[in-house]
Design a protein around this ligand. Structure first.
Ligand code: AMP
Ligand code: MG
Length: 310
């Protein structure tokens, strides 16, 4: 996609004035504000109707800039070198003299940080002198946005500006890893755990105990299209939309698929837009067929499971 410098300038001007701007990333669109500004960060929570105890991910251009705000360790550096910029978010310890707004962290002494790969957002980050707090650009507990139209559908004119960046290439949120001590995955995401394991060459724990939430991406109802979802369905009910991983031989009006051939990467990219489309097509519920629980299929199943707690 061509970079339109005038658009970036417009976003930059608004961000400099502590306004919120929607930005494209390779995972999902973000609702961004100056992470050093209390005013900007308060606006993000208000727009998203996000609970105050759900801290924000902060986006940096590179780790040189991050150095001012967070402490590093060798595991972080290994993963940074291999996967950044890309779909991985690190939980790190904040430095005492960091200027990150307390609104971002909900007064925690840790920070979730990410280095987005999308060229438009990287260009924007180069042109501002603060990092961007940017949770997903959707209303709290609902499906994330993977296009500027999704953001418009959710917020209308309430978001001052949407920086156009085409459809998100990954379409799932980042994988969150707490890297401060023993590596622990807090949220499955666009980067597979097996790839992380290969680099760190050590055991990686996965946070499973949902009664002890350390990252609200673990909240039970999340990523919801606003209608009930049934999982692992073999028999569809009347008037239900049916969502399959690949295109079926039989093709009815209420049949939707995530990838023609059942490719998991493609399925991930199409997941949220398909859920949104089914809702727009006025179906009252969704039946989902079994999705292979491997690689990105694990993340897809995680999202569908949470979305089904309607
Ligand atoms: P989103 O709002 O969709 O961008 O998701 C951001 C996720 O990062 C949420 O699940 C947050 O709870 C999580 N998060 C942000 N900061 C922290 C932190 N310091 N510790 C643990 N999780 C965090
Ligand atoms: Mg989100």
């Amino acid at each position: 996609m061509k970079i339109n410098l005038a658009n970036i300038k417009k976003a930059q001007k608004l961000l400099n004035k502590s306004e919120c701007v929607a930005i494209p990333t390779e995972t999902v669109y973000g609702l961004a504000g100056n992470a050093y500004s209390d005013i900007a960060c308060k606006k993000i929570y208000k727009l998203k109707k996000r609970p105050k105890n759900n801290p924000l991910i902060v986006h940096y251009l590179n780790n040189q800039i991050l150095k001012k705000d967070c402490k590093f360790n060798s595991d972080f550096l290994k993963l940074y070198k291999k996967f950044c910029p890309g779909p991985i978010t690190f939980i790190l310890d904040l430095k005492k003299n960091s200027k990150i707004s307390k609104i971002v962290t909900n007064k925690k002494n840790t920070l979730a940080v990410r280095f987005p790969k999308h060229p438009i957002t990287r260009n924007l980050l180069k042109n501002i002198n603060f990092p961007l707090a940017a949770p997903s650009a959707n209303l709290s507990s609902k499906v994330s946005s993977v296009s500027s139209d999704d953001v418009r559908d959710d917020f209308g004119k309430k978001v001052k500006y949407i920086l156009e960046g085409g459809k998100s290439s990954i379409g799932l949120e980042s994988t969150i890893i707490d890297i401060r001590k023993k590596p622990k995955i807090l949220r499955l995401g666009g980067l597979e755990i097996s790839a992380i394991k290969k680099i760190l060459n050590k055991k990686i724990n996965i946070h499973k105990n949902s009664s002890k939430i350390s990252s609200p991406g673990q909240f039970k109802l999340h990523y919801s299209p606003g209608i009930p979802i049934r999982l692992n369905v073999k028999q569809i009910k009347k008037k239900e939309a049916y969502l399959s991983i690949k295109k079926l031989k039989q093709n009815k009006q209420n049949f939707y698929f995530l990838s023609k051939s059942g490719n998991l990467k493609e399925a991930a990219k199409n997941l949220y837009s398909t859920l949104r489309k089914i809702k727009k097509d006025k179906y009252k519920s969704i039946a989902v067929c079994k999705i292979p629980n491997k690689g990105l299929g694990k993340t897809i199943n995680d999202r569908l499971k949470r979305a089904s707690k309607f």
